[in-house]
Design a protein around this ligand. Structure first.
Ligand code: ATP
Ligand code: ZN
Length: 225
């Protein structure tokens, strides 16, 4: 059972951010006994509980104030908490620190043999992506019409399968694009992992732990440089 007075931190259960997120907390001096496939882990030496979930769930857990802190990629945050009217952009969380890992970019890529003479060559093309909001926002700002093909996996095979002309997917080294005969033509969004904090009143005892943790995270990041 989760106790209300313990700080709750959501981490990605298993994926690209998991090991670095767990290691960061361990380097901060939190003793956690992680068990495989466990949803909740309890810190032994600090009043902290860790929730291990899918990264897509972390923005919602923060907005709903189910957890106090979360470690998640900015790409997922922006996509999940996207609101159409940017002018009235509502604040859903506080970004406490960028972590310098999980560095990637959401990029547009097309088959290597396709001609490219700037974004206009993508006009009215079908774009496969797991990030419909970020893609839509990007093309809306450029006033370029396009069609969507929302896929939550295997985006890179969409052009070959005849499902789309273009993909908009996360890229770090570019090897996946290369393996699928695609070329990157435009960055849409730059991302890295960050620590976010929920809005609303935070009890003093929890705030003290958050401050302590943030000081230690800062120290870990500085030591890496
Ligand atoms: P989950 O099962 O938690 O939903 P997932 O499959 O959506 O996981 P991962 O592939 O583990 O997600 O990626 C998690 C995050 O890691 C991404 O949202 C992004 O912020 C970051 N990341 C860094 N490099 C890459 C990359 N090359 N490809 C994909 N994601 C990357
Ligand atoms: Zn995910």
């Amino acid at each position: 059972m989760l106790e209300k007075n313990r700080l709750r931190i959501a981490l990605q259960k298993s994926g690209r951010l998991s090991s670095e997120s767990y290691n960061l907390l361990i380097k901060c001096g939190i003793k956690i006994n992680f068990q495989h496939n466990q949803l909740i882990a309890f810190a032994e030496n600090m009043p902290i509980d860790i929730l291990c979930v899918r990264d897509d769930d972390i923005p919602g857990l923060i907005v709903d104030k189910v957890v106090d802190l979360g470690i998640v990629g900015e790409n997922v945050l922006e996509e999940k908490l996207f609101i159409k009217d940017n002018v009235k952009k509502k604040k859903f969380y506080n970004l406490l620190i960028r972590l310098d890992f999980g560095i990637c970019r959401l990029s547009l890529a097309i088959p290597k043999n396709s001609a490219y003479y700037g974004l206009d060559s993508l006009k009215n093309k079908r774009i496969a992506s797991s990030y419909p909001n970020l893609v839509t926002q990007f093309f809306y700002k450029k006033s370029i019409p396009f069609k969507l093909c929302i896929l939550n996996g295997s985006v890179e095979v969409a052009p070959r399968a005849g499902l789309a002309d273009v993909i908009c997917d996360l890229v770090s080294t570019g090897t996946t694009l290369e393996a699928n005969d695609l070329k990157e033509v435009q960055t849409v969004f730059n991302s890295q992992a960050c620590v976010i904090c929920r809005l609303g009143h935070i009890e003093n005892s929890k705030q003290i732990i958050i401050n302590k943790l943030m000081n230690r995270i800062n120290g870990v990041i500085k030591a890496r440089e």
